[in-house]
Design a protein around this ligand. Structure first.
Ligand SMILES: [Zn+2]
Length: 153
């Protein structure tokens, strides 16, 4: 990379730091000609995740959809906004770790539900009702009964 001041090509690395998440490295460099110091960032470029819908269509993964789904489910529940943001980040990291590129849409829902369950039971049931598209009250009852069952254990 050229020196931003004199365009010289050669620079010397004087310090390297790996980011907390381990996904990028910042390098402090010094121009060999004029001594100017600058920083470069090296990071892993990921291909964007895509989602395979139930009907087979492929679309770009959009974390804002998860965010709005979670916000809706958590409306008027004692779940802080920061916690929702953190859940979304964790979900994205989990998807990126588990899937190479293409994620089946129902797996996203399952992962979101697994994260939401220990946080807020009502929000969990709300999310499940939208995501699983409950057809009648019996299906909702089933989810609630499962929750009760687990709480007893
Ligand atoms: Zn220079």
């Amino acid at each position: 990379m050229n020196c931003p001041r004199c365009r010289e090509r050669d620079s010397r690395v004087i310090d390297s730091r790996i980011s907390k998440d381990g996904l990028s490295i910042r390098r402090r460099r010094e121009c060999q000609k004029c001594g100017y110091r600058f920083t470069t960032v090296e990071e892993i470029l990921r291909e964007g995740l895509t989602v395979r819908k139930r009907d087979g269509r492929i679309e770009n993964f959009d974390k804002h959809k998860i965010l709005s789904g979670l916000r809706r489910a958590c409306e008027k529940r004692p779940v802080p906004v920061e916690q929702i943001d953190m859940m979304v980040n964790d979900i994205v990291l989990e998807l990126e770790a588990r899937f190479d590129q293409e994620v089946p849409s129902d797996r996203i829902g399952e992962i979101v539900m697994a994260r939401l369950k220990p946080v807020d039971k009502i929000a969990y049931v709300r999310f499940a009702s939208v995501y699983r598209d409950f057809r009648d009250i019996a299906e909702m009852e089933q989810v609630i009964n499962d929750l009760k069952e687990q709480e007893r254990k």
